[in-house]
Design a protein around this ligand. Structure first.
Ligand SMILES: Nc1ncnc2c1ncn2[C@@H]1O[C@H](COP(=O)(O)OP(=O)(O)OP(=O)(O)O)[C@@H](O)[C@H]1O
Length: 274
């Protein structure tokens, strides 16, 4: 059984076609990065995956359930999400809620812990905090944490819910280099664990494509530019096409680093035309 199947998905809003004939298959044991410029359709695709928007045409099957024949509220319990928009929403946590409470609340997919918590749950939450390098934050009030600290706690929270699919929507936004590398390292390690969910990682930053990510979906103007195994997709011609600017890639420690090709940037274009 595939984890995700999008078949010939089209999404129109008014006169705009936002997703254009998208085919996308995610199999078991794959972790995907989703890459594309602003407005290329990444968020729309993922909102569709969670059943928040409905395609104009095409079919979607998630975890073996065909949309239209499944209770989406039930299915959503299998899909975790970490995004900066979500972080804002979580400002509504009770002012006294600790980081450990926040992780625990992931078990129930609620904001705040209202259900009974067992010792095992507390152990697991503490263990997850430790794995994300945040053990010392357990008793701190969540609302007083820095953005980087909050992201680590929210990732631990997402793992606590044992989702089958976990969407990480630009989880490194706003983090300094060291905080970002710590977070990426934790994702790399936990993503390799036996009970890891299928990861879908949205980013504009190519260097965040950890060795863990086996596959990449490259979008442009709502179309799939390329989709498949990372080394076949993360190439200079395909990324140059997706970003509409010539780019060069250097691989280091099995991670790709991108720079705009010499003379091709906005400055270069200005100099050339001037
Ligand atoms: N509900 C909507 N109604 C009309 N247009 C929409 C709607 N949602 C998204 N769009 C448009 O669809 C296009 C794709 O948007 P989307 O948010 O999916 O892109 P994105 O790749 O996630 O961009 P970013 O990287 O900036 O977050 C944009 O042009 C956006 O304005």
């Amino acid at each position: 059984m595939n984890v995700i199947e999008f078949r010939d998905i089209v999404w129109r809003r008014g006169t705009d076609t936002i997703l254009q004939h998208v085919d996308w298959t995610v199999a078991q044991d794959q972790h995907w990065a989703i890459i594309g410029c602003n407005g290329s359709g990444k968020t729309s695709l993922l909102r569709m995956l969670c059943g928040y928007i409905w395609p104009t045409s095409g079919t979607i099957t998630v975890l073996g359930h065909r949309f239209g024949t499944v209770d989406l509220r039930e299915l959503r319990k299998s899909i975790g999400l970490v995004s900066s928009a979500f972080q804002e929403q979580l400002q509504s946590f009770h002012p006294r809620e600790t980081a450990l409470d926040v992780v625990l609340s992931g078990k129930f997919s609620t904001i705040g812990v209202y259900d009974e918590v067992y010792e095992d749950d507390v152990d697991r939450a503490a263990d997850l905090l430790a794995r994300f390098g945040a053990a010392d934050l357990a008793d701190r009030t969540f609302n007083t944490l820095s953005q980087g600290e909050k992201q680590r706690v929210l990732l631990a929270r997402a793992w606590m819910g044992r989702p089958r699919i976990l969407i990480l929507d630009e989880p490194c936004t706003g983090l300094d280099v060291l905080a970002r590398e710590h977070l990426l390292q934790a994702i790399q390690v936990l993503g390799q664990s036996e009970d890891a969910p299928t990861l879908l990682y949205v980013t504009h930053h190519i260097e965040e494509l950890l060795p863990l990510f086996s596959h990449v979906l490259l979008l442009k103007h709502g179309r799939v530019v390329a989709s498949g195994e990372k080394p076949r997709v993360v190439t200079e011609p395909l990324l140059s096409e997706a970003f509409s600017i010539p780019v060069e890639i250097t691989w280091q420690d099995d991670r790709p680093w991108l720079r705009v090709a010499s003379g091709a940037g906005v400055m270069g274009a200005g100099a050339a035309s001037g």
